[in-house]
Design a binder for this molecule. Structure first.
Ligand code: FAD
Length: 404
């Protein structure tokens, strides 16, 4: 490892790999790609089912095949694994812990692509004892695909977002029958056809139902759920798999000089992925927990291009950042600020905090500049394309996003 690189990328998942690929294509080759895991590839490496590749390669492929394929495109780049970045500082200095010891290196640009993680049981405040058999989808996938273990025989899945169906697929591949899926909302969070997959596997989805408590002393024996009529039902099972409620892997951000949104911990980024310190950029699920692998890859390509452009003087404006403020029931918006100069149209990635129907309004100086009507679900990507910012006054300070 050298002591200085043009670009250091933290996280070798789809977003980080894509950024490296785009940089290389634009002629920036002095790049270091770091990952704390034993191998590069990120989450898809743990997903050996065909839910990747549809957007990037126009055909579905298993996660580990997708990882290998995207890594091929940047095989000339330095990749160092088992290297955990433990702190980030001004001027692009990074402290890294490696099996060979502690190192500090510098990047003229640094891309944060550290991904997202699921909320485990403890912060969800579910009552009951602490028996064995309570796990996240990530843990399930590591058991099944990486260590070839069978962690349970009769699990329930809490949640119906896309990753919950990723868990269902993992269980199916391991020959494990899922007993039930539990969903608080009146419909599944993932796209409706996912329900067909559950049906084909004979898995009942309990909608408008909440997990109340987990039973079992040594090992999970059952759960109690409450439906919309407040009726309680006990379901026998030997594992509870929590999915969803993703949070960005942003510990580095929270302990750094970079500005972030207090409720999500996600860094404040503009449409180029640029953080409050112009040396730092962020890409992938750490800024919007949690989108699909292909989406993160495509975004990583764009951010890699923006970083390559940033080496060309004046190619990316740095002043006049307009903050995005959002109202009630909106959990986050990415970008969280915009640089108006040289910008005509922008895309937004929004998440709501509860199931809600209405109109998302994007306003500048109290004038509506874009609207989208619909029914919106939490944990599901809301994509707003081509918001026209070209008429905005140069003095605009703030863009407001609300649901009416
Ligand atoms: C359990 C689970 C299942 C999923 N299933 C699917 C699916 O079936 N299909 C789909 O399309 N999407 C799925 N996703 C979404 C998935 O996160 C994205 O597909 C994609 O992996 C996101 O890419 P990323 O590069 O942003 O993050 P990641 O793939 O998470 O990569 C981030 C990388 O950063 C590394 N890292 C983090 N912190 C540090 C640090 N401090 N120092 C060094 N390295 C660090 C991590 O080790 C990791 O390799 C799933 C997500 C989860 C959590």
């Amino acid at each position: 490892m050298k002591s200085c690189y043009d670009v250091v990328i933290i996280g070798a998942g789809p977003a980080g790999i894509a950024a490296a690929t785009a940089l290389q294509k634009k002629g920036v080759t002095d790049i270091l790609l770091l990952d704390r895991e034993n191998e590069a590839g990120g989450v898809p490496r743990h997903c050996q089912h065909p839910t990747f590749g549809a957007l990037v390669y126009k055909r579905p492929m298993k996660g580990h095949v997708f990882s290998e394929k995207i890594l091929e495109a940047c095989r000339n780049i330095d990749v160092i694994t088992r290297a955990t970045v433990v702190a980030i500082h001004q001027d692009g200095f990074l402290d890294i812990s490696t099996p060979q010891g502690f190192k500090t290196i510098q990047g003229h640009r640094v891309i944060l692509a550290t991904g997202a993680r699921e909320t485990p049981r403890h912060p969800r405040c579910i009552s009951g004892l602490r028996p064995l058999g309570v796990l996240t989808v990530g843990a399930l996938q590591q058991f099944v695909y990486l260590t070839k273990q069978r962690p349970c025989n009769q699990p329930v899945i809490i949640g119906t977002d896309l990753v919950s169906f990723s868990a269902l697929w993992t269980l199916r591949n391991a020959g494990i029958k899922c007993v039930a899926m539990i969903e608080e909302n009146h419909r599944v969070t993932a796209y409706r056809p996912s329900e067909i997959f559950a049906k084909l596997l004979g898995v009942k989805i309990h909608k408008s139902t909440r997990l109340e408590s987990i039973h079992g002393l040594e090992r999970v024996e059952a759960i109690t759920v409450k439906d919309k009529n407040n009726d309680l039902t006990t379901i026998a099972c030997d594992a509870v798999i929590f999915s969803g409620e993703f949070v960005g892997e942003n510990t580095l951000i929270k302990n750094s000089h970079l500005a972030y949104t207090p409720d999500t911990g996600c860094p404040i980024v503009d449409q180029y992925g640029r953080c409050s310190d112009n040396i730092y950029y962020a890409a992938g699920n750490m800024t919007h927990p949690a989108d699909m692998g292909d989406q993160c890859y495509l975004e990583g390509l764009k951010i890699g291009q923006a970083v390559a452009d940033s080496f060309l003087i004046d190619s990316i404006p740095t002043e006049n950042k307009v903050m995005v403020h959002h109202g009630e029931n909106i959990r986050f918006t990415v970008p969280s600020c915009f640089t108006l100069e040289n910008t005509k149209h922008v895309d937004l990635n929004i998440r709501v905090s509860k199931a809600i129907s209405g109109t998302i309004q994007i306003c500048a100086d109290d004038v509506v500049i874009h609207e989208k009507r619909g029914s919106f679900l939490p944990h599901r990507k809301i994509s707003i394309k081509n918001v026209n910012l070209s008429h905005l006054d140069k003095m605009t300070q703030e863009i407001q996003i609300k649901i009416v």
